[in-house]
Design a protein around this ligand. Sequence first.
Ligand SMILES: CCCCCCCCCCCCCCCC(=O)SCCNC(=O)CCNC(=O)[C@H](O)C(C)(C)COP(=O)(O)OP(=O)(O)OC[C@H]1O[C@@H](n2cnc3c(N)ncnc32)[C@H](O)[C@@H]1OP(=O)(O)O
Length: 208
Amino acid sequence: MTSVDFVDAIALAKHRQNFEETEHTRAYREMLAAVRGFQNAVVQANPSPEQLEQMTTSLQQMQAMLEAQALPEVERWYGRGGGRDGKLQLVTPQLIFEEVEDDRIHAHTTAGEFYIGMNGAMHGGIVATIFDALLGRMAAGTQGRVCRTAYLTTEYKAITPLNQRLDLVAKVESVERRKRFVTGQLWHGDTLCATADALFIEMLPGQQ
Ligand SMILES: CCCCCCCCCCCCCCCC(=O)SCCNC(=O)CCNC(=O)[C@H](O)C(C)(C)COP(=O)(O)OP(=O)(O)OC[C@H]1O[C@@H](n2cnc3c(N)ncnc32)[C@H](O)[C@@H]1OP(=O)(O)O
């Protein structure tokens, strides 16, 4: 099952934006939260050989169960959703969107141990990934414009801590034709941990 079943990004995104959360998809969101908890536990423990054997067998069984249910990207719940709780995704810590306007977003997140770089600091690639998700959401705005990242520059100004609330701010600085220049800031309390500036390009029909 490949993930490229649609070549037109706008058609795929519009289809996927039309998504209503139900009891069933809320159960899927809870399962993703359990996966996050599992990931945090995995990085912190050195299990015994017996525990490792048991875990590997259980995980292989769950993997086989899911593989038998695999769907094309257009039909999957993963990567969809929105609103305050953000998308159904695992690539970043969960982003909680508090205010979404067409030119400004305020969100927050708390990253668990899974996202560790070294010595209690968040991995730098994760900081950049959080900005890609946040600024991509900013470029989409309230209209759900379908955009792709042309560039994303991140500056690391202070350690980004794990297990602490982080506040995220995004702004649209300017718009030129299909280009949306956006910036972001990641704060821990009064400490500015990282900043980003990015260019997102609105897609044309037929572009992947
Ligand atoms: C209702 C509300 C619900 C909404 C709910 C939606 C939520 C939604 C959240 C999504 C959040 C996740 C967002 C992740 C987004 C990715 O992670 S996308 C994956 C990473 N990015 C990529 O793979 C992109 C790869 N690159 C490409 O595909 C193509 O280069 C692009 C970006 C589509 C641009 O190609 P193109 O369309 O041919 O554009 P092109 O004509 O070359 O350039 C257009 C303009 O941009 C300029 N430009 C292009 N690239 C650059 C560059 N690198 N530097 C400077 N200028 C550039 C050109 O000079 C040109 O400028 P002007 O001539 O207009 O002045």
